[in-house]
Design a protein around this ligand. Structure first.
Ligand code: PLP
Length: 407
């Protein structure tokens, strides 16, 4: 593959939704019709002046954007290396980046006259964000969630119910995110004309990886401008946690053509054994799942492998096709952070900066503190994808000993 013959990275995916070999749409003909409709809607409605204006207004007055970029003075001094900065998506309304694409998907549903929003959720953050969008736009919401995640993230289940969403408990298989995706797709296929599937990350058949990245791109666009205004330069390094990869894709996209090192931080969970982590980029192989071609973790039979991370928003056995592409061409480096390192960063950021990060985001913070020691003269901009309130009970129950340590 000759690199100079490739279209500029920023112009991907192509018309069929491919980022190199990755992405595309591998679904049954009936669903393909709906995907074509949504792709058409993206290229017409979402690119119209009215839509762009509406979304801009919502972001400013409802979501509270722009979210700030913040210099972590105490953490930087403690670690003793590169300057560490955070893009504060934890301050986005509902406490995470997911509202960025949910408000976009909700607005598109409104323009299309859809009567129901359907989605899956892992940590519950996407469910809460979509339930919020549904309340805002006055469209009913149905959220599919694994039974295990319902127990682990119960406060988010209550938030969804308070916001008026219907929560469907998924009891098949491992009862987590992977099964919730299957269940949500089945429900969508029952009435794809009146409902719309609002995927929770840069995953699924074309045009979802494109659609979600475009709605998340606001993170990178803001952060790049804010960092430059604050420091007069580009960051040397940027990093974000990668589950499906939406916060990372929206953040990285703005920096793709810049002389900036890009790190996608994957959850190493309890170790490198299959089933103990969810590092799709590092340990996965090419395959098709949930309607798209990407890098995925497979079991001996070639099916999606069970995955694990203390951060339930990261335990997905594949990754967005754009990340698979960036990783393959060497633009994005995949790095790994385990549970212990993530929980340590969770407490470190809380104690030193007064910011309780989501366990997912704590993976990115943990990597930044490691890299900082190796690159003492550089800067690192971390996307802090969400706040940790949802994780408090889980962390204190499972990792309570960490609270007694000095940071
Ligand atoms: C869901 C979630 C993630 C992982 O999703 P991506 O699509 O990889 O961004 C990361 N951080 C938080 C706070 C989340 O809620």
């Amino acid at each position: 593959m000759k690199k100079e013959l490739l279209p500029a990275e920023k112009r991907l995916p192509d018309n069929n939704g491919f980022f190199g070999r990755f992405g595309g749409s591998f679904v049954q003909p009936e669903l393909q019709k709906q995907m074509d409709e949504i792709a058409h809607a993206y290229h017409t409605i979402c690119r119209s002046h009215n839509f762009v204006q509406d979304l801009r207004n919502i972001r400013k007055h409802f979501q509270g954007r722009p979210t700030p970029v913040y210099y972590c003075k105490n953490l930087t001094e403690k670690v003793g290396g590169a300057r560490i900065y955070l893009k504060r998506e934890d301050l986005n309304h509902t406490g995470a980046h997911k509202l960025n694409h949910c408000m976009g998907e909700g607005l598109l549903a409104k323009y299309l006259g859809k009567k129901k929003l359907i989605a899956e959720t892992g940590a519950g953050q996407h469910g809460v964000a979509l339930a919020t969008a549904g309340a805002y736009f006055g469209i009913p919401v149905e959220i599919h969630m694994g039974e295990v995640d319902i127990q682990k993230e119960y406060p988010n289940v209550m938030r969804m119910k308070v916001l008026g969403a219907k929560v469907v408990s998924v009891t098949r298989g491992d009862k987590t995110l992977k099964e919730a995706v299957d269940s949500a797709f089945e429900s969508y296929l029952e009435d794809p004309v009146n409902s719309i599937y609002c995927i929770g990350s840069v995953l699924g058949p074309h045009p979802f990886p494109l659609l979600v990245r475009e709605f998340q791109r606001v993170i990178g666009i803001e952060a790049r401008e804010q960092f430059f205004e604050m420091t007069g330069e580009m960051p040397d390094n940027i990093c974000a946690c990668v589950g499906g990869g939406s916060n990372a894709a929206g953040f990285f996209h703005a920096f793709i053509d810049d002389p900036v090192e890009i790190y996608g931080v994957e959850p190493l969970g309890r170790g490198t054994k299959l089933g103990e982590h969810a590092c799709s980029l590092a340990y996965g192989t090419e395959g098709i799942m949930h309607g798209f071609n990407s890098i995925m973790l497979k079991d001996a039979g070639g099916n999606p492998a069970p995955v694990y991370s203390a951060a339930s928003g990261l335990d997905y056995p594949s990754v967005g096709p754009e990340h698979a592409y960036w990783h393959e061409i060497g633009r994005e480096k995949a790095v790994q952070i385990n549970d212990d390192e993530a929980v340590t960063a969770f407490f470190q950021l809380s104690r030193l900066e007064g910011i309780i990060p989501a366990l997912e985001s704590a993976h990115a913070v943990a990597f930044a503190t490691k890299l900082a020691k190796e690159r003492p003269t550089e800067s690192i901009l971390v996307n802090l994808s969400g706040r940790g309130d949802k994780d408090l009970d889980f962390v204190m129950e499972k990792f309570g000993k960490y609270a007694e340590r000095e940071y």
